[in-house]
Design a protein around this ligand. Structure first.
Ligand code: 9MR
Length: 466
């Protein structure tokens, strides 16, 4: 997966930038050298001062092939569940920060921002809040204490907070929640003020879905945030979740983001996915690529759009299939962690080259059968790379009937005849001119011509030896 960056497009985006880059320093150098592997999505987004984010899944942090991508492609992470009230205070007064801390630590280890999600939401509330029997005024105190405690705990470590999540009905009126009933419409301002006091540096957002295009619900959001600003309530941004259906990106999305930006607010796409009826096919995947390109393009076209977060990256880990039976394939990487057309569309929308040319000679592969017996063989693969790697994926084909039964120094999968070997947690970093290596055992002793592996999508030259 090496991509060349279009220097002119990148320069144009950089010229449009208002915001400071989020990190990832060397993208500009890479852009000037057409022979250098293109940066990951986080670096492409940083060219215009934006983040490219991941709705990250705590339980997946134990899986090296998940973390290999989660740590390298994204400059921001949003905890999918771990910061919700029901997760951090399941029973009153018993705080559990284990899941949230793990994600914040992961982000800091990989030079990523954290988008805090979420403080005040009607869903995934602990039972003691959702069904509590509160005295007059008590829930207001409980809510502001919750905001103060959580924002204060992570003060200085959270870039943006979804302070209030999904406050609206589809017609744009305020949703009937325990907070609206017990506190009144002022709960939103109360929560924002408490958050600002607890961490003056964090950017404070209101976040909702079905507000992506111009319509009754986004009109309601527009009126809500305008009135908050009029009252001097601390609000910095509006999040547009963008849980979208194939082929249904609102044509007014860019204009909609722009009208909020024109209020002086930041805007961000916070939970993007594009679901389809299964099974996926080539035409659907192309439509999905166009949809992802349109959403990322809408953000890139709006100067105050700070970035895009996708709600998971692999179709192996998405909220869609369990929630919408028969639907799925909503993310830019497939279930085998391979980039889909949507990934390339994101690259292009961020100013990268979606159709990289193969660059033979960037790696030299030694595929060596080290042992062979009547019902098995062991193989060592060593690849010397011209370029420094921050994570690697090696692919090659085995003959029909040759199945891998175990592997070492890699996270390896086989799909039909295609083998995909990714780095393990400890061996993803390889210096320029360095060698990576891994091995596996098969269940066949058949003799076959050595395949020539590809490294990160580039076919190596072979120094093969079977
Ligand atoms: O991705 C989250 C999923 O794991 C949970 O089961 C679900 C429960 O509501 O919440 C998902 O994330 C939601 C997010 O917090 C707010 N916007 C809608 C998201 C999808 O439901």
């Amino acid at each position: 997966m090496f991509h060349r960056v279009r220097g002119a497009a990148v320069a144009a985006l950089a010229a449009a930038a208002l915001l400071a880059p989020t990190g990832a320093a060397n993208a500009a150098d890479a852009a000037e050298d057409p022979g250098v592997a293109a940066p990951p999505l986080r670096d492409l987004a940083a060219e215009s001062g934006r983040f490219f984010g991941l709705g990250i899944s705590g339980p997946m942090l134990d899986q090296p092939r998940y973390t290999a991508i989660a740590s390298t492609e994204f400059s921001s992470v949003t905890p999918g569940n771990e910061m919700k009230w029901g997760s951090v205070e399941p029973t009153r007064g018993n705080l559990d920060w284990t899941g949230a801390d793990r994600i914040v630590d992961f982000a800091e280890e990989h030079d990523q921002e954290v988008h805090g999600h979420t403080l005040v939401w009607h869903s995934q509330l602990p039972n003691w809040v959702a069904n509590g029997d509160f005295a007059d005024g008590e829930l207001r105190q409980v809510m502001t204490d919750h905001v103060t405690t959580q924002v204060g705990r992570y003060a200085g470590r959270i870039a943006r907070w979804d302070v209030v999540n999904e406050p609206l009905n589809e017609d744009g009126t305020l949703r009937d929640t325990v907070f609206l009933r017990e506190i009144g419409p002022g709960y939103i301002a109360d929560a924002l003020r408490a958050a600002r006091a607890a961490d003056p540096e964090a950017r404070l957002y209101i976040n909702d879905y079905n507000t992506d295009g111009v319509g009754a619900k986004s009109d309601g959001m527009y009126e809500l945030v305008r009135s908050l600003l009029d009252q001097g309530v601390p609000l910095d941004g509006v999040g547009f979740q963008s849980h979208l259906i194939l082929g249904q990106v609102p044509s007014s999305m860019r204009a909609n983001l722009q009208r909020f930006a024109d209020l002086g607010l930041e805007v961000a796409v916070t939970e993007l996915d594009v679901r389809m009826q299964l099974p996926a096919d080539a035409a659907k995947l192309e439509q999905q690529a166009a949809d992802y390109g349109a959403v990322v393009g809408a953000c890139v076209a709006v100067t105050r759009c700070t970035g895009v977060t996708i709600w998971g990256f692999t179709d192996a880990d998405s909220w869609i299939p369990p929630t919408f039976p028969g639907q799925g394939a909503a993310l830019p990487w497939d279930e085998n962690y391979q980039p889909k057309p949507a990934y390339h569309a994101i690259v292009e929308a961020l100013g990268g080259d979606p159709a990289p040319e193969p660059e033979p000679g960037a790696c030299v592969a030694d595929y060596r059968v080290t042992n062979r017996w009547n019902a098995g063989s062991t193989v060592d693969v060593r690849i010397t790379t011209d370029r420094a790697l921050a994570g690697w994926t090696v692919t090659f084909d085995l003959p029909v009937g040759e199945s891998v039964v175990s592997s070492w120094n890699t996270s390896l999968t086989q799909n039909g005849t295609t083998v995909t070997a990714r780095n393990a947690a400890w061996n993803g970093t390889v210096g320029a001119g360095g060698t990576l290596g891994f091995g596996f055992q098969t269940d066949s002793g058949a003799v076959y011509g050595a395949p020539v592996p590809a490294l990160n999508g580039t076919v190596c030259t072979g120094a093969a030896n079977t």
